[in-house]
Design a protein. Structure first.
Ligand code: ARG
Length: 274
C-alpha cells in the first residue's frame, strides 16, 4: 500500500516536472557511450558548455573502425578525421566531443540533432544528401578489392558470382549490390570482413583504399588489387537546418587547407610513397 502511494506521488511529480523524469529534450552531450573529449582542448567546464556556438560543445559522430581515418588507440579515438575535427573545433573556439557509433547510425544522429557533424571517411552520395548537407570535400578516396594472395580474383570483372564482404551501409556495400550474382556478407566492422576473408569464408572484401592498405599491412597473406572500383570524395555531414554550422565548418576547412594544416594531419597518418 505504501509503495503504491509512493509511486503515485512520483508519477504526479513527473507530471509537474518533465525534467525530473528524464523525458525532457535530451541535451545532445549526454547521450554518449564511448564519448571522448579532444586532447587538444581539454577544459573542465566541457560538461556545462552550451550545445553550440563559441565556447560550446561540438559533437562529432563517427564509427571508429576505419583506420587511418578513425580508430581506437587505447581509450582514445584517433586518426585523420579526429584530428580534422579537433582542428575545426579549435578554429570555432568550441570543445570537441567524439561519439562512436555504428556507421549506419551516423546520418540519423546528425539529422536528428544528436550530433553536430558526422566525420567518418564518409563519401558524398545523392542518397545521403537527401538527409544531410555535406561540407566541402577534404579527401578523395576509392573502393578497392582485397583478396588473399594467390586468389583467382584479379580485377573487378572477376567479382561476378563471388562472396563479397563489406561494412554494412557503406559505399562498398552499395557498390557490391550491383555485382552480378554476388553474395554479399555485411559486417559491422571492416576488420570483421577482413577476418572472414582470412578464414576463407568469403572471396573478397570491398572497402575504401586507405583502410584496405592498413588491413593488408597488418595481416599476412592479403593484397589490394590495382584497379579501383570507384572514385569518391569524403566530406563532413551536417544537419539540413544547420546552415550556420555548415558555413563555419567550410570556413574552417578552407583555412586548414590554406595553412597546410590539413596536409600535415594527413601526412601524419598516410605516407606519400605508398
Ligand atoms: N567511404 C565509405 C562510405 O562513406 C566508408 C566509410 C566507413 N567509415 C567508417 N568510419 N567506418 O560509405
Amino acid at each position: 500500500m505504501k509503495k503504491k502511494l509512493l509511486s503515485l506521488l512520483l508519477a504526479a511529480a513527473c507530471v509537474f516536472s518533465m525534467a525530473a523524469c528524464g523525458s525532457g529534450s535530451d541535451s545532445a552531450g549526454d547521450s554518449g557511450n564511448a564519448a571522448q573529449t579532444s586532447e587538444a582542448d581539454d577544459t573542465e567546464d566541457a560538461e556545462e558548455a552550451e550545445a553550440s556556438g563559441e565556447g560550446g560543445m561540438l559533437i562529432m559522430a563517427t564509427n571508429a573502425e576505419f583506420p587511418p581515418y578513425e580508430y581506437h588507440e587505447g581509450d582514445e579515438i584517433v586518426g585523420i578525421d579526429a584530428e580534422i575535427a579537433a582542428a575545426i573545433a579549435e578554429e570555432l573556439g568550441m570543445e570537441l566531443k567524439i561519439e562512436d557509433m555504428a556507421f549506419d547510425s551516423i546520418i540519423t544522429a546528425v539529422s536528428g540533432g544528436k550530433a553536430d557533424m558526422g566525420l567518418a571517411g564518409m563519401t558524398v552520395n545523392p542518397d545521403r544528401e537527401k538527409n544531410v548537407n555535406f561540407s566541402d570535400t577534404y579527401a578523395t578516396a576509392a573502393q578497392v578489392i582485397i583478396v588473399k594472395e594467390g586468389s583467382e580474383t584479379a580485377g573487378p570483372d572477376d567479382l561476378t558470382g563471388k562472396k563479397i564482404g563489406v561494412q554494412l551501409g557503406t559505399t562498398g556495400d552499395i557498390y557490391a549490390e550491383d555485382i552480378e550474382d554476388a553474395e554479399i556478407e555485411r559486417y559491422n566492422k571492416g576488420m570483421e570482413a577482413v577476418q572472414a576473408l582470412l578464414q576463407d569464408k568469403i572471396d573478397a572484401v570491398v572497402i575504401d583504399g586507405e583502410p584496405a592498405k592498413v588491413y593488408v599491412a597488418e595481416n599476412e597473406g592479403l593484397k589490394v588489387l590495382d584497379e579501383p572500383l570507384t572514385e569518391e570524395e569524403y566530406a563532413i555531414a551536417i544537419a539540413k537546418d544547420n546552415d550556420e554550422l555548415l558555413e563555419k565548418v567550410n570556413t574552417a576547412l578552407t583555412s586548414l587547407k590554406d595553412s597546410g594544416k590539413l596536409d600535415e594531419i594527413v601526412a601524419k597518418y598516410i605516407s606519400a610513397d605508398e
